[in-house]
Design a protein around this ligand. Structure first.
Ligand code: XMP
Length: 522
C-alpha cells in the first residue's frame, strides 16, 4: 500500500485511481452505491463546468444523457425534449418501420429555424375547412400560407381569423392579401438564414412570420419569430439544444437485428430501413440487444458500417473489455454497457447473468481506451450522483426509469389512491416482447409465450413533471459533482476520479438520517 502513496498526494493510498481501485476489488462486482468519489482541490465553480460530450464524429451532445429506446420512454415527444435540453432520445422499435420513420421526422422537423415545407392551404377552402384540418391532423399552429394550385403564394391566413366565428368565410377573403405579406427572396438568404431572418424581425416590429419565395413567387419556406428567437437565444444559453449542422434537433433510432424465417440476418430489410432513417435525417442508429457480444450483433454492425460509412453507430449491450473491442472492431462508435442493472430488469434473476454496473463500466473502459470508442452507461441510474460516478468511466448515460414518469413519455396517466402514475415496462417483459422486442432478448415473436422467459417486469412510475425539469435537476447534480472534483469537463472528470468503497453504515450516513423529513429534496 505504501508503494502506491504518491509524494504529491498524501491521500493516494486511501482514495484510489480507477485502475488501482478496481484491481484491488477484482473479486467483487461493485455498483454505484458501493462506492463514493473523493473530493479534490477545485478551482472551478459548478455552473462553469462543461457537460459536452462527443460520442462519435457528428454526434455531439451538450448534456451526456440519453433517453432509453423503450416503448414506455422514447417516442418523438421525449426525443424532442431530450434534444432541446442538449441530450439525445433513441426512438424505440416496438412499432412498424413506417411509424418509426414518422417519429424520426417529427423530431427532425420540430424547430429548425426555416420551415422548408410549411403546411399550406388553398384559397378555395373555407375557414371551417381549415379548422377541421387542424382538428384532424392535430396541428399545434393555426397560421398558414395560402398557395394556389400552381404553387404560387396568394396570401397568408393568420391564426387570428382561424376561428369558428369566421367558419363560413372563404380563405381567399379572410387571408392577408399577397401584397401585404412579408416575403424574402430565397437567393437573399445566403449562408446564415437565421441571421438574415433575425435582422428582418428586428427591422419589422410586430411582424412574426416571414415567407421565403423564388422569382416566380413560389413558396419555399417560412420563418417564425418564435423559432428564430429560440435559436438565437441558444447561443448564450447554458444548456444548448443538441442540433445537427442544419439546426435540426438530434435524433437517434434503435433498430433490431431482424432475421428471415430461415433464421438468417435479413440484410435487405436492415439496410433498407436504416437507409430510410438516414433519408429522414437520423443522427445515429442503435443496435440494441441484451447480449451484444454475439455474431448476430457483430454482423449487423458490420452490415450497417459497410453500407453507411459515416453514420454514427451505437451498439450493445456488453459488460466486458472483450465485448467492447468486438463491437468496436465490427464498426460501432459508441458501445452501451449494462446487463441487468435496469430498474425493470430481471436478467440477473432469470438468467443468473450480468455484472454490477460500476465494475462492468471499468472493464468496458479498458476496451474503449484500447479501441478509441466511447461508452454509454445504460441502466441502474436512480439519482444524479449515480450519473457522476458513471461518467468517471463513460461518456454518457442512458436512463429509462428516471424519465418514464415525465409528461413526454408515451402512455396515459393512471390515478391510484390519489397518486398519479405512468406505465413503465421492461423491453424484455412479456407484454413488450409481444409488441416487437422479443429479438432483443434472443426470442422470435412467433414463439409461444409459454416458452419465452421474460427478463423484465411491467411497472408504474410516479408522474414526475416535464423532462426539462428532470434534466435540469440531473444536470445541476452532475455539475455539482464535477465542482467537488475540480473537473472542468467530462474528460477531466474521468482523469481526476478517485474512488473508495463504502460500508452499509456509510450508505445510511449518505441519506438524510435521524430527522423527520418534512420535504423531500426532489
Ligand atoms: P433504468 O434503470 O434506467 O434502465 O430503468 C433502463 C435500461 O434497462 C434495460 N432494459 C432491460 N433490461 N430486461 C432487462 O434485463 C428488460 O426487460 C429491460 N428493458 C430495458 C435497457 O438497457 C434500458 O436502457
Amino acid at each position: 500500500m505504501a508503494a502506491e502513496q504518491n509524494s504529491t498526494d498524501p491521500d493516494s493510498h486511501l482514495y484510489l485511481t480507477a485502475d488501482t481501485f478496481f484491481t484491488r476489488h477484482a473479486d467483487t462486482g461493485l455498483t454505484y452505491d458501493d462506492v463514493t468519489l473523493a473530493t479534490l482541490y477545485s478551482d472551478v465553480l459548478p455552473r462553469d463546468v462543461a457537460l459536452d460530450t462527443v460520442l462519435a464524429d457528428g454526434l455531439q451532445l451538450h448534456l451526456p444523457i440519453i433517453s432509453a429506446d423503450m416503448d414506455t420512454v422514447t417516442e418523438h415527444r421525449m426525443a424532442i425534449a431530450m434534444a432541446l435540453s442538449g441530450g439525445l432520445g433513441l426512438i424505440h422499435y416496438n412499432m412498424s418501420g413506417k411509424q418509426q420513420l414518422k417519429e424520426v421526422s417529427r423530431v427532425k422537423n420540430h424547430v429548425h429555424g426555416l420551415i422548408q415545407e410549411p403546411i399550406t392551404v388553398t384559397p378555395d377552402l373555407s375557414v371551417g375547412d381549415v379548422l377541421e384540418l387542424i382538428e384532424n391532423r392535430r396541428y399545434t399552429f393555426s397560421t398558414f400560407p395560402v398557395v394556389d394550385e400552381s404553387g404560387q403564394l396568394t396570401g397568408l391566413l393568420s391564426g387570428s381569423v382561424v376561428k369558428p366565428r369566421y367558419a363560413d368565410r372563404q380563405v381567399a377573403e379572410a387571408a392577408i392579401p399577397r401584397d401585404s405579406v412579408h416575403t424574402i427572396q430565397q437567393s437573399k438568404l445566403e449562408s446564415n438564414p437565421i441571421e438574415v431572418a433575425d435582422q428582418f424581425f428586428t427591422d419589422h416590429p410586430g411582424i412574426n412570420k416571414l415567407l421565403v419565395v423564388d422569382d416566380q413567387d413560389h413558396l419555399h419556406g417560412l420563418f417564425t419569430l418564435s423559432d428564430v428567437e429560440r435559436i438565437t437565444a441558444e447561443a448564450t444559453a447554458q444548456f444548448k439544444p443538441a442540433r445537427d449542422s442544419e439546426f435540426q434537433l438530434l435524433c437517434g433510432a434503435a433498430i433490431s437485428a431482424t432475421r428471415t424465417s430461415a433464421g438468417e440476418l435479413d440484410r435487405e430489410a436492415i439496410t433498407d430501413h436504416v437507409g430510410a432513417l438516414v433519408d429522414r435525417g437520423v443522427d445515429t442508429v442503435a443496435i440494441s440487444t441484451a447480449h451484444g457480444h454475439t455474431q448476430g450483433v457483430g454482423d449487423t454492425v458490420k452490415l450497417i458500417r459497410d453500407a453507411f460509412a459515416k453514420l454514427p453507430i451505437i451498439a450493445g449491450n456488453v459488460t466486458s473489455s472483450a465485448g467492447v473491442e468486438f463491437l468496436a472492431e465490427s464498426g460501432a462508435n459508441s458501445i452501451k454497457i449494462g446487463q441487468g442493472p435496469g430498474s425493470i430488469c430481471t436478467t440477473r434473476i432469470v438468467a443468473g447473468v450480468g455484472i454490477p454496473q460500476l465494475t462492468a463500466l471499468y472493464a468496458a473502459s479498458r476496451g474503449a481506451a484500447a479501441k478509441g470508442v466511447t461508452l454509454i452507461a445504460d441502466g441502474g441510474i436512480t439519482k444524479s450522483g449515480d450519473i457522476v460516478k458513471a461518467l468517471t468511466l463513460s461518456h454518457a448515460v442512458m436512463c429509462g426509469g428516471l424519465l418514464a414518469g415525465c409528461q413526454e413519455s408515451p402512455g396515459d396517466i393512471v390515478e391510484i389512491s390519489g397518486k398519479r402514475y405512468k406505465q413503465y415496462r421492461g423491453m424484455g417483459s412479456l407484454a413488450a416482447m409481444k409488441s416487437g422486442s422479443a429479438a432483443r432478448y434472443g426470442h422470435s415473436t412467433r414463439e409461444a409465450p409459454a416458452k419465452i422467459a421474460a427478463e423484465g417486469v411491467e411497472a408504474l412510475k410516479e408522474v414526475s413533471g416535464s423532462a426539462d425539469q428532470v434534466l435540469q435537476q440531473l444536470a445541476g447534480g452532475i455539475q455539482s459533482g464535477m465542482g467537488y472534483l475540480g473537473a472542468r469537463d467530462l474528460a477531466n472528470l474521468r482523469e481526476r476520479a478517485r474512488y473508495i468503497r463504502i460500508s452499509a453504515a456509510s450508505q445510511l450516513e449518505a441519506n438524510p438520517h435521524d430527522v423527520i423529513e418534512v420535504k423531500a429534496s426532489s
